[in-house]
Design a binder for this molecule. Structure first.
Ligand code: IPE
Ligand code: IPE
Ligand code: MG
Length: 250
């Protein structure tokens, strides 16, 4: 089956492929509203876009794809939307996990799962266990995730494990306890839907990521749109504090 449409093929990706891409999938509600549909129609359509993006990421050789699906602040939404979203995660997990496994994809769910019901927790554990040893793309889904929560829980775990450190700890002491300790920091951060903010996503890990914002609403974020983001990444100069001249001589 051809994965790319002809419009996608017209964007050549000749440079370095980012190892880790992190995405805030925003704009589902507005996509639905534009079509006089209920917001949940946008979320449903959003799941299909996730499926395509996972396929495309694996094909491009991206090693880590991290998707923000529900923030710790999204509980503030109307109860019926929250309930629908929880049901959608459950359904998507059930339906997709075998396919992910067949494609050698490892699934990891990050976030504070204490507030989830038992059935969802069990489904998450089953999906993670099944795909744990897979060596292809690592797909991380952040649900009830908050960047500040992540830093606080990491500090708590670090203190419990190393009480002798007291105030003499370094960044390297903290990072093993962050939710995404198994992955390199994101090279490319994408936010769809037009807003230019981080919304409490990976605060620690995005320190040196290349940021890409697009007005495209998540349900419209197709292969072509993704390739545009990767192309933009390939045109950046990542200096990490050095000068451009230093990079040329090294
Ligand atoms: C992102 O789309 C999905 C979630 C946050 C769950 P939104 O639901 O935020 O869509 P908009 O921003 O209202 O259009
Ligand atoms: C961010 O989107 C969270 C997710 C995509 C899961 P929001 O739509 O909740 O963000 P704000 O409220 O506009 O910052
Ligand atoms: Mg939004």
């Amino acid at each position: 089956m051809a994965l790319f449409s002809s419009s996608t093929q017209s964007i050549p990706l000749t440079g370095e492929i980012p190892r880790h891409v992190a995405v805030i999938m925003d704009g589902n509600g507005r996509w639905a509203k534009k079509r006089f549909l209920p917001r949940i129609a946008g979320h449903k359509r959003g799941v299909e876009v996730v499926r395509e993006l996972v396929k495309q990421s694996a094909t491009l050789g991206i090693e880590y794809l991290t998707l923000f699906a529900f923030s710790s602040e999204n509980w503030r939404r109307p109860a019926e939307e929250v309930t629908f979203l929880m049901g959608l995660f459950m359904e998507a997990l059930k339906q997709e996990v075998c396919k992910l496994h067949e494609n050698n994809i490892r699934l990891v769910m990050i976030g504070d799962h204490a507030r989830f019901d038992e059935a969802l927790c069990a489904q998450i554990a089953e999906a993670e266990n099944l795909t744990r040893a897979n060596t292809g793309l690592t797909l991380t889904i952040a649900v009830n995730y908050g960047g500040r929560w992540d830093i606080v829980q990491a500090l708590q775990k670090m203190q419990r494990a190393n009480p002798q450190l007291q105030e003499n700890f370094t960044e390297e002491d903290i990072t093993p306890y962050l939710s995404m300790h198994y992955a390199p920091e994101p090279d490319l951060f994408i936010r769809t839907g037009g807003e230019q903010r981080i919304s409490n996503f990976l605060l620690w890990q995005l320190a040196y990521s290349e940021l890409y914002f697009t007005d495209t609403l998540w349900p419209d974020f197709d292969e072509h749109a993704f390739k545009l983001a990767v192309k933009s990444y390939q045109q950046r100069e990542r200096r990490f504090g050095r000068t451009g001249e230093q990079l040329k001589t090294n």
